[in-house]
Design a protein around this ligand. Structure first.
Ligand code: MIG
Length: 799
């Protein structure tokens, strides 16, 4: 019986019974008596897409997140049914769809165990005020389930017990519980009973995720509009969930190697003489640095694509002089275009009708740094093209090498909500909509347009872009940073979590403002933060500048020495980091691995936050507290060498690790082969004439990789790269390394210098490609090093 009160407020609405089922190759349609359709697409054996409509018809299927290179194809698809349900079976998954209410349960096809089950499943609320539905999904939480991902959230790595919102927001001096902040990445990985699966809710409206916060046994996610449209990704390895999500939303091309060097930034270095002072000091103190940033003050009245004549009278000359000294210049570009008829960018945007408008036609006017501004609608292809074109002078003529996109949430000053009002209209690539739908992708489309500009005008060199706001898939175009953090010990911890979380969310190329943006660190905090920062894919010091200096020499000499030492380690590790970037770019593998991803079967890892793996073989744990002589940390299972002492430790337990201010806990996985460059002051300063390989003995097997190419340009796409795979295997009196090489690139060096670390036996013979080496020729028992031709394929060391 329906009571009249229920009719007035409908509350949650639910699908009724399935009345019709239709299959179209890999797309299945289940329609209910009350006009709901579930469209299930089998993308891969382990990836299913679920899409719902409540009006009997789907809107145009369009997503900014999904990469055009996403892989698809499955081995097996079978659909059967019984009294209660339809049963969709792939070679990895079994999905039940209940005929009475459209609820779903998903099982592992191998062992039939439950992975994920709808609680209420899909339901919705009609929005009378705005039209459309508030679309909702709820799932039963499984025993001991944990949750990870969701982009840049500054909370605990494990999201369980919390609720989050995704709405890109300028968040100056955010804290541990601030939510939302700059990014909207509606993807998480869940883990229970050694099985991991992921959910990517590809909906750009404001979305919410509740991980057992409101109800202890329920996780749910919902959006203020749009479609219930999500991807279910099965592991059972968390690693494979993240890899598959990253495959779906894409990875960047390789950055120029210099972009993995150290970057120095401040708000702001100006005038030119100040910039030069800073860069000269790096060279004088021999602290490696590859990039110098110009914040908003380089412009004329904050007008994008202009230069302040007073402060930078001849940018082209300056940029060239910096380049001659090994510095790449990166400049900031914001979305707000100053309303000024004498400003050509504004005039052109106005004439061509490229600026965003309000619902009834007026321009979207908002105050940002330049004063009142209009804002390009980056969701229009022709606007992106125009924007890309605006970089011609900066990049092609002046020689700027990177662009920094800020304020692209978009941020607006002095207004409620600090962003555009909801009624602002966007083209959304031919799917016109309001800001409610376009807000979360505005920054992404700006960064995308910027990327295309750099790619075009920097050709044949590679582009470098950094953005603050992002949605899923933004990683295809740009690197990112975590926005306006604070110089505090707590924020050092937050930076660690955010970098890991972003990596788990498909966005590896990220780093924090080292030392903190707001306020000022003391030397100790700065040094500890540099130690963490050198293991983040993006490594930049940045600060607001209004609390004092934050260069490596801004503290005392001891600090400067520590900072130099660690930046030097980063420069030595460049081939390792670059290989890790290659694995990310090529194989979708996150560059940082939280311990839970590294070893999910060890439940000790599920709530660890500080320790992480950088690349595949370096275990890192920052010091998060002042006056530390070391700390306790969890060493994951397996054998690890202390990076400093070469002492071998067995994992699976917490251990005290010494780490005075000039050290931090770093361990190397036994069996790893870590490639190293000599220290350089900037990438390309030296011709590398020998590559060092640190070989860490293992009783057992371990594989390592080394990727190399020209470090810039696109020839690698034509096969001009070199990829070596090292298979190491050791026993009590033998160590064997087999090397396979692929690719046509010829490195500048001819030899490898192997440092043999941790051999448990005294070397009696060495065979390189089946020829005995005269032990007198190698520095054995001296420094345990061995020099071999780089084309070597087999090394046998015997005791
Ligand atoms: O309203 O460009 O997060 O990195 O230095 C502040 C000035 C605008 C915020 C960025 C910060 C940058 C600053 N920007």
């Amino acid at each position: 019986m329906i009571l009249s009160t229920q009719l007035e407020y409908k509350g949650d609405l639910f699908p009724s019974n399935i009345t019709n089922y239709k299959k179209d190759v890999d797309v299945l349609h289940f329609s209910t008596a009350n006009n709901v359709i579930l469209q299930l697409t089998v993308l891969r054996d382990s990836v299913l897409r679920f899409r719902y409509t409540t009006v009997g018809k789907f809107e145009n299927d369009f997503s900014y997140a999904i990469s055009e290179n996403a892989s698809s194809g499955y081995n097996h698809l079978e659909i059967t049914d019984d009294q209660e349900k339809y049963i969709v079976t792939t070679s990895r998954l079994i999905c039940h769809i209940h005929k009475s209410d459209l609820r779903k349960s998903i099982f592992d096809a191998n062992n039939k165990s439950l992975i994920c089950e709808d609680e209420k499943g899909f339901h919705w609320e009609e929005s009378y005020e705005l039209g459309g539905d508030i679309v909702k999904m709820s799932k039963t939480a499984q025993n001991g389930e944990s949750y990870y991902g969701l982009g840049d959230k500054p909370n605990h790595l494990n999201l369980k017990g919390r609720r989050f919102e995704n709405w890109a927001t300028d968040s100056y001096a955010y804290g541990k519980d601030t939510d939302p902040i700059y990014k909207a990445i509606p993807f998480y990985t869940a883990l229970h009973n050694n099985k991991a699966y992921g959910i990517f809710f590809d909906n750009t409206f404001k979305t919410y995720f509740d991980f057992c916060h409101e109800r202890r046994n329920v996780t749910s996610f919902w959006a203020q509009g749009g479609e219930m449209n999500y991807y279910f990704i099965y592991g059972p390895k968390m690693h494979d969930v993240v890899v598959n999500y990253t495959d779906l939303t894409g990875t960047p091309e390789l950055p120029p190697l210099w972009a993995l060097g150290y970057h120095q930034c401040k708000w702001s270095y100006y005038p030119e003489s100040n910039v030069k002072e800073i860069t000269a000091k790096f060279r004088e103190l021999k602290i490696p640095c590859d990039a110098i940033y110009l914040d908003i003050d380089y412009m004329e009245g904050f007008r994008c694509f202009t230069w302040s004549k007073d402060h930078f009278p001849d940018p082209k000359r300056m940029v060239k002089e910096l380049a001659d000294d090994g510095f790449k210049t990166v400049v900031i570009i914001d979305p707000g275009i100053k309303i000024d008829m004498d400003y050509s960018v504004f005039r052109e945007g106005l004439e061509k009708d490229y600026f965003c408008k309000r619902a009834d036609g007026p321009y979207m006017k908002g105050k940002v740094w330049p004063g009142e501004c209009y804002f390009p609608d980056f969701t229009r292809p022709e606007v992106r093209k125009w924007w890309a074109g605006l970089f011609k002078e900066l990049i092609e003529d002046i020689g700027v090498k990177g662009v920094w996109n800020d304020m692209n949430e978009p941020a607006v000053m002095d207004v409620p909500g600090k962003t555009f009002p909801n009624d602002v209209r966007h083209d959304y690539d031919g799917n016109p909509c309001s800001h409610r739908k376009a807000h979360n992708i505005y920054g992404m489309q700006m960064a995308r347009a910027t990327y295309h500009g750099l790619k075009k005008f920097n050709y044949p060199k590679r582009p470098f872009v950094i953005t603050r706001a992002a949605y899923s898939g933004t990683q295809r175009y740009t690197s990112t940073w975590m926005g306006d953090n604070v110089a505090s010990w707590e924020h050092l911890q937050i930076a660690n979590i955010q970098a890991q979380r972003l990596a788990l969310s498909g966005f590896s190329f990220a780093g924090s403002d080292i030392g903190g943006f707001a306020e000022q660190p003391n030397g100790e905090l700065y040094a500890r933060w540099i130690q963490l920062g050198i293991f983040h894919p993006f490594c930049r010091t940045h600060s607001s500048g209004d609390h004092g200096d934050q260069e490596p020499w801004a503290f005392d000499e001891e600090i400067t020495d520590v900072v130099r030492k660690f930046i030097e380690i980063r420069y030595q590790l460049l081939p390792y980091l670059y290989t890790s970037f290659y694995q990310y770019s090529q194989d979708n593998v996150p560059m940082l691995k939280s311990l839970v991803l590294f070893d999910q079967d060890d439940s000790q890892t599920h709530y660890r936050t500080d320790e992480f793996i950088c690349g595949n073989q370096l275990l890192i744990c920052p010091i998060n507290e002042p006056n530390s002589k070391g700390r306790r940390m969890y060493i994951p299972k397996g054998e690890w060498f202390n990076f400093w002492t070469y002492e071998l430790v067995s994992g699976g337990k917490e251990t005290w690790v010494d780490a005075d201010l000039d050290r931090m806990p770093i361990f190397v996985k036994a069996g790893a082969i870590i490639p190293k460059y000599p220290v350089q002051q900037y990438v390309g300063e030296k011709t590398i004439d020998e590559l060092t390989l640190d070989v860490y003995y293992k009783h057992g097997k371990e594989d390592s990789e080394l990727y190399e190419d020209a470090n810039d340009g696109f020839d690698y796409k034509k096969g001009r790269y070199s990829l070596r795979k090292f298979n190491l295997s050791g026993n009590d009196n033998k160590l064997i390394i087999r090397i396979h090489k692929r690719g046509k690139y010829h490195t500048s060096y001819k030899t490898f210098k192997l440092n043999l670390i941790g051999l448990p036996f005294k070397v009696k013979s060495i065979k390189v490609d089946n020829e005995y080496v005269d032990l007198k020729d190698v520095k054995f028992n001296g420094d345990n090093s061995l020099v071999v031709n780089k084309e070597v394929t087999n090394i046998q060391i015997k005791g």
